[in-house]
Design a protein around this ligand. Structure first.
Ligand code: IMP
Length: 191
C-alpha cells in the first residue's frame, strides 16, 4: 500500500480541515472491498469504467487497482455550473467518452453523489447510447441531500449534509491532494 504523509505534513491544507472523517487507511480498506465485489460481479463481462474528471481521479486510480479482472476505463468532463443551473438539469459535456458504449457493460464511477442531479443527467445521456447494462459505484453519498433517487449498486460511505474535502474532492480547486477526507472549517467554507 502506498505510504502517505501524516496529516500535519499537509500544512495549510490540513489546517483548513476541522475533523478527519475517513483516514487514508479507512478509504483504502473500503476501496479494496468495492474492488473485490466488482471483480466478482463483472467476471467475464469486460466492463468499461466511466468517471467524471477531475474529482474521480484518486478514487478511480485506486479502484482500478483493486479490481482483479480485465476492465477498460474512460472519462467525461463536464462544465461546472452553479447549483441553480444544475437543478434545471443543465450539464454541458466538455469532453465526451473516447469509447463507443453500445452493448458494453458500463460501471459509472463517482467520487460523490450529492443531490444526484449531475449523475441523473449523465446516466440518461449514457443510457441513450444503448449500453448492455449500467450501474453506479460511488465512494461517498449524501442521502439526505438527494433530490432524485438513483440506485447506487456499489457504495463506499454515507455522509452527513456537510461539505467535505480530500481524496479528489475540492473546495475552489484546492484540497484534492489530501489522502484523507475531512470537514472543512466553517470560516473557510462559504456556500
Ligand atoms: P450533485 O450530486 O449533482 O449535487 O453533484 C455532485 C457533485 O458536487 C460532486 O461530483 C462534487 O463535485 C460536488 N460536491 C458535492 N458535495 C461535495 C462536497 O462535500 N465536497 C466537494 N464537492 C462536493
Amino acid at each position: 500500500m502506498m505510504a502517505f504523509h501524516p496529516p500535519e505534513a499537509y500544512g495549510e491544507l490540513n489546517e483548513g480541515v476541522s475533523r478527519v472523517l475517513f483516514s487514508a487507511d479507512e478509504i483504502a480498506i473500503k476501496v479494496g472491498e468495492l474492488g473485490q465485489q466488482i471483480s466478482a460481479d463483472y467476471d467475464g463481462r469486460f466492463p468499461l469504467l466511466v468517471g467524471v474528471l477531475n474529482g474521480v481521479v484518486p478514487f478511480m486510480a485506486d479502484l482500478l487497482r483493486a479490481i482483479t479482472i480485465p476492465v477498460e476505463v474512460d472519462y467525461l468532463a463536464i462544465a461546472s455550473y452553479s447549483a441553480e443551473t444544475r437543478e434545471r438539469g443543465l450539464v454541458r459535456l466538455e469532453k465526451d467518452l473516447d469509447e463507443t458504449i453500445k452493448n458494453r457493460h458500463i460501471l459509472f464511477v463517482e467520487d460523490m453523489v450529492d443531490t444526484g442531479l449531475t449523475l441523473n443527467y449523465l446516466l440518461r445521456n449514457l443510457r441513450a447510447r444503448e449500453p448492455a447494462s449500467i450501474e453506479v459505484c460511488a465512494l461517498f453519498s449524501k442521502p439526505r441531500r438527494r433530490l432524485i433517487e438513483l440506485p447506487i449498486k456499489y457504495k463506499g460511505f454515507d455522509l452527513p449534509d456537510r461539505f467535505v474535502v480530500g481524496y479528489g474532492l475540492d473546495y475552489r480547486g484546492k484540497y484534492r491532494n489530501l489522502p484523507f477526507v475531512g470537514l472543512l472549517k466553517p470560516e473557510i467554507f462559504q456556500p
